[in-house]
Structures are given as C-alpha cells and as structure tokens.
Design a protein around this ligand. Structure first.
Ligand code: HEM
Ligand SMILES: *[C@@H]1O[C@H](CO)[C@@H](O)[C@H](O)[C@H]1NC(C)=O
Ligand SMILES: *[C@@H]1O[C@H](CO)[C@@H](O)[C@H](O)[C@H]1NC(C)=O
Ligand SMILES: *[C@@H]1O[C@H](CO)[C@@H](O)[C@H](O)[C@H]1NC(C)=O
Ligand SMILES: CC(=O)N[C@H]1CO[C@H](CO)[C@@H](O)[C@@H]1O
Length: 328
C-alpha cells in the first residue's frame, strides 16, 4: 500500500470513530426539536409574551431557578420535582424556599404535551422560559441549545450542599462554582443577575444586626446603607421584608449591580466578596466601565455555559410528562 493510501485509510478510520462517538454521546444543539416538535420554541415564546406582563418579576425567579437547577445534578429540571412521602426534594431545601413560578412552567409544559406528547423535556422548558422571560423584560439574549433530558432524582440535601449560601466568602464561591466547571469570570458575570429581583431580610440580616454574634454590623457594608436598610426595610432582627437588591433599578438589567459593589452596597456577603479578590475586583471594575453591550455579550456566553452543566442527553434520564413528578 502506498503511503498516501495508508494515510487516507487512517484518516477515514479516525473520521468513522469520531462519528461513532458523536452518535453515542449526544449533545445539545440549537433547534433540537425542529423535526420532532417544530413549534416547541414558538409555543414557549408565545406563552411568555402573553403572560409575562401580568407578573414581570417572574423573570428574576426563573433565572434563579435555572441556576439552582443546573448546580444540582446538572440542568435536568430536578429543581421542579415535588417532595413525596419518602423523599424531600430540592424544592424543599432552604435555598429554594423563595422560588416561585412553578405553575407557569407547568402551564407551558401542558401546551407542549398537547402539541407533541413526551417530546420536550422540562429541563429545556425551564431553560427556554428563563431566556424568553429575561429578554421580554429587557434583559440580554443568549442562545439556548436544546436536547436536555430530565433527571429522576431530586434531593434537598444536595441543593443545600451545592447552592452557595449568601454568607459565602470568595473562596467558597470559587469552590462551588469551580465544582460546576465555572471560573471566576463566570462567577462575576452570573452574579450580575442580582441587578434584578428581590431578597428577603433573612438572607442578609446578620450583616445588619449580628455579624459575628456580638450584635455588630458587617464592616464591609456601607454603614449609611446599613442604617437605611434598618430604618426602612429590615426594621428588627426578625423582620423578613422584601428588599430590592439593586434599589431603584431592580426591574432593569443593567450595570448598576456592579457599581453598587464598588460602593460597598452589595446586599449579600457573597456580593461583597466579589470585591475582595483582586482578579474578581478587576473584572467588576472593567464591567462597570461598560459599554452595557459588552456585559450583555459576556453574560450571554456565561449563561449558555451554565445551561450546559452536566446535561443529560440522548437516552439518559427521561422526558417527564409532568414537571413536578418523575414518570412512573
Ligand atoms: C454567586 C452566588 C449566589 C448567591 C450566594 C446567591 C444568593 C441569592 C439569594 C440569597 C437570593 C435572595 C433570596 C431571597 O432572600 O428571597 C438571591 C436572589 C436572586 N438571585 Fe442569586 N445568588 C447567587 C448567584 C446567582 C446566579 C448565578 C443567578 C443567575 C444567573 C442569580 C440570580 C438571582 C436572582 C435573579 C435573584 C432574585 C430572585 C427574585 O427576585 O425572586 N443568583 N440570590
Ligand atoms: C470561607 O468560608 C469557608 C466555609 O464557610 C471557611 O471554611 C473558610 O475558612 C473561609 N475562608 C476565609 C478566607 O475566610
Ligand atoms: C447574636 O448572636 C449571638 C450568638 O449566636 C446570640 O447569642 C445573640 O442572642 C444574638 N443577638 C441578637 C440581637 O440576635
Ligand atoms: C407539585 O406541587 C405543587 C404545589 O405543591 C402542585 O401545585 C403541583 O400540582 C404538583 N405537581 C404534580 C405533578 O403533582
Ligand atoms: C416553592 C417551595 O417548594 N418552597 C418550599 C421550600 O422549602 C421549604 C422548607 O424548607 C418549604 O416550606 C417551602 O414550601
């Protein structure tokens, strides 16, 4: 055999092998449902356009829900599974106490089941609803490749272990994001979602009333801002009011979260932590300078990356019929 023939034989074999691996390890792809359920993405988008104006604050809750889903067993809609008599699900873990909007997801899923039964996963529904509600309320667009499949396991303890608490310091954040294949840049960008939405006093009240157990404040929090929060929002150590994370601009996806960080007005210790590491601080300073298009583009890339964490594809998992329960 001549050298050239041998080379092409070897090349052909390699190409075949790659093809084989590709077919067994399915991947997410844009328009995964183009043949199996061509209207799927339009059904989601139409529903969002019809209903989001009734409850625009759901956009914030969905992006948070998507994050909590992806950080526990990958983006597999395990966050949507209901607790049963013998299993306490992720939904019932402390970090999930304030998640809402499950009925919105259920209604989208019912429309999709009516159109193409058993085809579109709850994990993809959550990913698409998140993107579409954020865009519909003026936030950035990102690509959502589809083809995720649904998990069958949801454990409260795993949510508690993997979802960073608001008291996290920088190294804890870096570790918990690192466990998901996300780096410091992803951490800084994704935390930028705190430019929208609300928090309860319980998530940060220790910073106001009892930081180290001696009735003190967190010295990293602007004292004037702390005084303001105590006077107007979290008036007592047990008051659990809602507070805008980005006051005056909680409905607008903008750069003000990052400027608040530099004024020591980030609401959680985890927000404040982003200014305590030099790499992270540098990224925050760069983002604040803008333009906002740059933040949107980088945020989009980070969201797409988050949406790929440990996804189940091909024949893994299942396509749940109802998002709140695994198929029997
Ligand atoms: C970096 C670690 C993070 C921590 C420690 C954290 C923690 C929290 C906490 C404690 C709340 C308030 C819950 C409440 O009191 O009601 C919250 C709200 C929120 N988080 Fe995060 N978060 C983090 C990262 C993220 C990421 C990556 C996203 C999305 C990409 C996100 C999006 C949101 C949104 C939009 C809200 C407002 C929810 C609403 O208005 O219902 N967070 N977060
Ligand atoms: C960060 O938090 C973790 C876990 O709460 C703790 O073990 C660690 O000592 C803290 N690191 C620093 C530098 O404070
Ligand atoms: C502050 O924390 C300490 C230690 O956990 C506790 O003994 C004390 O009662 C707390 N004080 C207030 C005002 O909550
Ligand atoms: C899951 O629980 C919620 C609220 O508790 C309920 O509205 C929903 O119907 C349940 N889903 C299923 C599939 O049982
Ligand atoms: C939305 C939801 O299911 N919230 C639950 C979160 O967990 C707490 C208990 O930790 C429940 O009381 C909530 O109903």
């Amino acid at each position: 055999m001549k050298m050239r023939q041998l080379t092409s034989l070897v090349l052909a074999t390699i190409v075949c092998l790659i093809g084989l691996i590709g077919s067994t390890q399915a991947q997410l792809q844009l328009g995964f449902y183009a043949n199996s359920c061509p209207n799927a993405e339009k059904i989601v988008l139409d529903f969002v356009h019809q209903h989001i104006h009734n409850a625009p604050s759901l956009a914030a809750t969905f992006i948070r829900m998507h994050f909590h889903d992806c950080f526990v067993r990958g983006c597999d809609a395990s966050v949507l599974i209901n607790t049963t008599s013998n299993n306490q699900a992720e939904k019932d873990a402390p970090p999930n106490r304030t998640l809402r909007g499950f009925d919105f997801i259920d209604r989208v899923k019912s429309l999709l089941e009516a159109e193409c039964p058993g085809v579109v996963s709850c994990a993809d529904v959550l990913s698409l609803v998140t993107r579409d509600t954020i865009v519909a309320t003026g936030g950035p667009y990102w690509e959502v490749p589809t083809g995720r499949r649904d998990g069958v396991i949801s454990r409260s303890s795993e949510a508690t272990a993997n979802i960073p608490p608001p008291s996290s310091n920088f190294s804890r954040l870096q570790t918990l994001f690192g466990n998901q294949g996300l780096d410091v840049k992803d951490l800084v960008l994704l935390s930028g979602a705190h430019t929208i939405g609300i928090a309860h006093c319980s998530s940060f009240r220790n910073r106001l009333y009892n930081f180290t157990g001696v009735g003190n404040q967190d010295p990293s929090l602007d004292p004037r801002y702390a005084a303001n929060l105590k006077a107007n929002k979290c008036k007592t150590p047990t008051d659990n009011s809602k507070v805008e994370m980005d006051p005056g601009s909680r409905k607008t996806f903008d750069l003000s979260y990052y400027s608040l960080l530099l004024k020591r007005r980030g609401l959680f210790q985890s927000d404040s932590a982003l200014t305590k590491d030099l790499t992270s601080l540098g990224l925050v300073q760069k983002l604040v300078e803008g333009p906002i298009e740059e933040f949107f583009a980088e945020f989009a890339a980070a969201m797409e990356k988050m949406g790929r964490i440990n996804v189940k594809t091909g024949t893994e998992g299942e396509i749940r019929k109802r998002c709140g329960v695994v198929n029997s």
